[in-house]
Design a protein around this ligand. Structure first.
Ligand code: DQQ
Length: 475
């Protein structure tokens, strides 16, 4: 058994550890990096600290998959130098197919100075195991004048004709977060042009981390993760004269467990995103668990006729379904709780509610047999708010336990469809495809796997209710 399989087996008993969302064998993970499909295989690199379940000494972990769902661990691709400071290492970046040479552009951090670095791999190796740093690193000496000289990191690269373009996450002094645009003919010598886009300090943050820029439908999309807000934002707009003008801006996922997403186009032309799901419990609990950080499911992004990005789990995830239960239509009477027979904390729920007279309706998941512990997902038609209530999610006061309200990005008119993926402590929700909400819950009771439906202030008709158990992706 390999070391990584051993680690996975060692931690598999942990009831809060996800079983079908990707995470490393053990220890800390944050951003997805270098996502690509290379010679048929999907590659996931990720920010990884192999020494602890806390951030620091960043390496690039690495796994491959032939189906976006089952992953095979590979050796660390990029390492922090021995003796590095906690803040030094290999920070986020992207993969580039440089005329057949597999290439990574990332942020090398040395003595807390952040600069663009390049490493190349072996084109004949489908696993892309070996990476060699370019001797001339860094490839850009300093951030441009007028920019914050410290925060200058994370890369998104594309090609137009013979010319490479890249944006780097940055901030302009006194202005706000920005995506600094560069151009190059050889990927190694870069000329600064101007901000592809920049924001207003108060509204859009001081620094934009992890910019991701790509065409979608007949528009362009710029995604970034602003600081200090610490959530991810997507902008749909026009790209002209090498400037991006946003026409619509939305938070990508609610509330803020989802961060630093990255996307890529696969061989089928699909735009696929992964994001980092943070923990919702104390640092001590993470260190004790010996793991921290989870990837979202692979999300397909399409531009809808409404001008919004529509998010769906990649269809490949459906291969993990088993024990299909079609519970058909259900009528929930006002103030009634329908406790279902199903018990699972590793499942997918597809539920559609008709919007009727009820003031609010929804479901309790991760519910204990006595109904004392549960996580409530509710919808209030009058405010169009999705409400995630975790006040009774766990008995541990160090876990996040709050109630949050999020207005849907697109109003639900007649129906609210929720696709809910529960994976131990991860809850990933797709609401009418246009609003995503990801949260965490760490139930204390072993029986907290139940599901109940409720309606308040009027009856609610459920038109579809399907539930599948979801299989683990590791043996
Ligand atoms: N994580 C990386 C940075 C990036 C941040 C460091 C976002 O490159 O800006 O681990 O989570």
């Amino acid at each position: 058994m390999s070391q990584s399989q051993h680690e996975r087996q060692r931690l598999a008993h942990d009831p809060h550890r996800p079983r079908y969302h990707f995470l490393p064998p053990s220890m800390w993970m944050n951003d997805p990096n270098g996502l690509t499909q290379w010679r048929g295989q999907y590659h996931m690199f990720y920010q990884y600290n192999p020494h602890s379940a806390a951030w620091g000494y960043m390496h690039w972990g690495h796994a491959v998959s032939s189906d976006l769902v089952h992953w095979r661990d590979l050796p660390i691709a990029l390492s922090a130098k021995p003796g590095a400071d906690k803040r030094d290492g290999c920070w986020s970046g992207c993969f580039v197919n440089h005329d057949g040479v597999p290439t990574i552009v990332y942020t090398g951090v040395d003595k807390n100075v952040q600069r663009p670095f390049i490493a190349t791999g072996d084109a004949n190796d489908p696993d892309l195991v070996h990476w060699t740093n370019y001797e001339g690193n860094p490839v850009i000496a300093n951030p441009p004048e007028g920019y914050d000289q410290h925060d200058f990191r994370d890369h998104s690269i594309w090609r137009e004709g013979d010319t490479w373009y890249q944006v780097i996450g940055a901030g302009i002094e006194g202005v706000g977060g920005a995506a600094a645009l560069y151009r190059s003919t050889d990927l190694y010598n870069w000329e600064y042009l101007h901000p592809l886009s920049s924001g207003e300090l108060e509204r859009d943050g001081a620094i934009w981390e992890c910019p991701d820029f790509f065409a979608l439908g007949d528009k362009h999309v710029l995604i970034y993760s602003p600081l200090p807000q610490c959530y991810a934002v997507y902008n749909v707009g026009e790209y002209r004269d090498h400037k991006f003008v946003a026409q619509a801006t939305y938070q990508l996922d609610f509330p803020a467990y989802f961060y630093a997403p990255q996307s890529f186009t696969d061989d089928q032309g699909r735009r696929i995103m992964f994001g980092w799901i943070k923990e919702g419990r104390s640092v001590d609990a993470q260190i004790e668990a010996e793991w921290s950080g989870v990837m979202t499911l692979p999300r397909l992004m399409e531009l809808g006729p409404d001008g919004l990005i529509h998010f769906k789990p990649a269809p490949e995830v459906a291969q993990l379904r088993q024990n299909y239960q079609n519970l058909g239509a259900q009528n929930i009477s006002t103030d009634q709780n329908i406790v279902l027979d199903q018990h699972s904390n590793s499942c997918e729920i597809n539920i559609s509610f008709d919007l009727g007279q009820a003031q609010s309706f929804g479901l309790d998941i991760l519910r204990s047999d006595d109904g004392q512990e549960f996580t409530r997902i509710a919808f209030e038609p009058s405010s169009q708010e999705l409400i995630i209530d975790r006040r009774a999610s766990s008995q541990n006061e160090h876990d996040d336990r709050d109630i949050r309200r999020h207005r849907l990005i697109a109003d639900a008119e007649d129906t609210l469809n929720l696709r809910i993926f529960i994976d131990s402590s991860v809850i990933e929700i797709f609401a009418n495809e246009t609003t995503c909400a990801t949260t965490r819950a760490y139930p204390s009771r072993a029986s907290s796997k139940g599901i109940a439906l409720f309606s308040q202030g009027g009856n609610t008709q459920v038109s579809t209710l399907e539930i599948w158990d979801i299989q683990a992706i590791w043996p």
